[in-house]
Design a protein around this ligand. Sequence first.
Ligand code: AMP
Length: 225
Amino acid sequence: MRLVLIGPPGAGKGTQAGVLMKDLGLIHVSTGDMLRESIKKGTALGLKAKEYMDQGSLVPDQLVIALVKERLERPDAAKGFILDGFPRTPEQAESLGSTLQAMGMPLDVVLYFKTSIQVITRRLSGRRICGQCGKNYHVTNFPPKKTGICDVCGSTLVQRPDDREETIAHRMEVYEKQTAPLIDHYCRTGLLAEVSGDLEVADLNKVLMELFKKRGFDVVLTSTS
Ligand code: AMP
């Protein structure tokens, strides 16, 4: 299955993608994670991306498009993928369409995570991330076993620079202006399915599994957990 997840920051796209990836054996392509990884490694792309990301603005289209194209051309993408946080602009959507058409791998569903502002604010302000391995936590909804310390690698948890209150408002504006128009675009193509990003992870996952079955996808769980 080839999926795109669209929704405002804090809609739970990354968390849900993590579950779907394991359950359905798809690869998870998160442009935000890839860019943060480039920053951590200090690559040329990371250096360029950092200034935009810290301000809550979008990284220029050409940079992100090249990153995603390279990822989708790797052999493991043929088993299916979840695009999380891409496309985010009409130009990215157009480029994705032509890349996938050329590869003979059209999208199956675009999931729009409609989410209330109250839930977004609560999720983003409480989100913490491991500075080393990138694992996500939430101070109340999904706390680590030991406060401030990553369960997986024992490193210190930090707040993402773009999750600070003053930056969240800007990210929401950017989302409304540049990304929200894609909802209409994918609605016109018949690919869009709207779900509630306000739901808890497990509840939304059930809704998604039903939706996939209704759309005729043979949902075979690959995970045993
Ligand atoms: P995310 O982890 O998806 O919330 O993304 C964090 C930040 O990475 C965004 O605020 C942007 O600065 C940058 N970013 C992620 N994906 C994209 C994209 N598709 N286009 C442009 N910038 C992006």
